[in-house]
Design a binder for this molecule. Structure first.
Ligand SMILES: [Zn+2]
Length: 369
């Protein structure tokens, strides 16, 4: 089987699987002797044939990628015209030719798969890629198609090699777009593509089972210690199971909208600080400073949506009490929504308690003096 035959087999197989491709979505190419043979726009992967492929010289494509020279019209189509080997009968190569050209592997397939896009179309895409796939995949943020995307991919590949000393991975995840898989045989690319899908599907299944991708106890404790340092509190208490992950999404009332009852304000403060992955110490410290700036005091509760809740206190008992108070609020909120729709205290209602509490505290201190 020639490399071109392997490409056609790959394109037809993945292109006719709804998991990987709808209608004309996706692209495929093969490199032979400095020439890139690529699927034209408008021909589906499922029915691609060897004589559909458009041959383009690779060198002029890479020149266009690295040049800042202004060109007339669309720079990608200009590069394609400069690179074309013979007349393409009016067919256009895809806007994605440049990233096909820059990836050195002979076979490259690009798809918009349903399962993998649960990661690429995700606020936490980069973190999830790292967590689920480690160094087996490269993450690239969303970029405009054409030259900006190709340059972003090239930059990410270079960064990976500088960081690890290894060649860039054969799998690339493109934010809000899809995947690229490359290799030197049909068998290799099929196996990489199917195992990528399986690993992400496993993570989705696991998340549906437990309510979240769980953090290890040491990760959560690490975050708690950073919070203690940032708030000057001596103790923490935490939960990463049950209600603390099942009901701690950003949409939960006590997480984003406000407290349910005045007691919650007294023991757990009106609102928690929200922490987002990957929970780096510097980011946690920044979140605490921003919270302090906005509320005039340090947070008592930190919510890691769908991963856990951390409470801070002057001693272990105070931290535990704050945690229990907040977890109770999450439970009440869930049950209120089952019956109807949760109502949180309004801004005016909670401001009164916040200020009243401060006054009451000052009064009690004053009484002791
Ligand atoms: Zn695409």
């Amino acid at each position: 089987m020639t490399l071109t035959d392997e490409l056609i087999r790959l394109a037809n197989e993945l292109g006719s699987d709804e998991e990987y491709s709808r209608a004309g979505g996706g692209n495929a190419s093969v490199k032979v002797d400095g020439i890139l043979y690529i699927k034209p726009s408008g021909v589906p992967l499922a029915t691609l044939r060897a004589d559909d492929l458009i041959p383009l010289r690779i060198a002029p494509l890479l020149d266009a990628l690295h040049s800042d020279k202004k060109v007339d019209g669309d720079p990608v189509q200009a590069a394609a015209r400069a690179a074309q080997l013979h007349d393409a009968n009016g067919r256009r190569p895809s806007v994605e030719i440049l990233f096909h050209a820059l990836i050195p592997d002979p076979l490259v397939i690009h798809l918009h798969p349903l399962t993998s896009n649960a990661v690429t179309c995700n606020e936490h895409g980069e973190y999830l890629t790292k967590q689920i796939l480690g160094d087996d995949a490269l993450w690239v943020d969303y970029l405009d198609p054409g030259i900006p995307l190709a340059r972003g991919i090239e930059e990410a590949r270079g960064e990976f090699t500088r960081r690890t000393g290894k060649p860039a991975p054969q799998i690339t995840l493109l934010g809000n777009h899809g995947i690229i898989v490359s290799g030197d045989s049909y068998a290799q690319i099929i196996s990489l593509t199917r195992s990528l899908t399986q690993r992400i599907q496993d993570a989705i299944d696991q998340a549906s089972d437990s309510g979240a991708l769980r953090l290890s106890p040491s990760q959560l404790t690490g975050a708690a210690l950073v919070l203690q340092e940032a708030t000057g509190k001596a103790a923490h208490a935490l939960s990463n199971s049950g209600i603390a992950i099942e009901e701690s999404a950003l949409s939960a009332g006590p997480v984003s909208s406000g407290p349910l009852i005045p007691d919650q304000i007294v023991y757990a403060a009106s609102l928690p600080v929200i922490l987002h992955p990957p929970y780096e110490p510097s980011a946690i410290t920044r979140a605490v400073s921003a919270y302090h700036e906005e509320h005039g005091h340090f947070p008592i509760i930190a919510v890691l949506p769908q991963r856990g809740v951390i409470a801070l206190g002057a001693d272990a008992k105070a931290a535990r009490n704050a945690l229990d108070t907040f977890l109770d609020a999450l439970r009440i909120s869930r049950d209120a929504n089952r019956l109807g729709r949760v109502r949180t205290l309004t801004h005016e209602e909670r401001s009164f308690i916040e200020n009243w509490e401060a006054e009451a505290y000052r009064r009690s201190i004053a009484a002791q003096a």
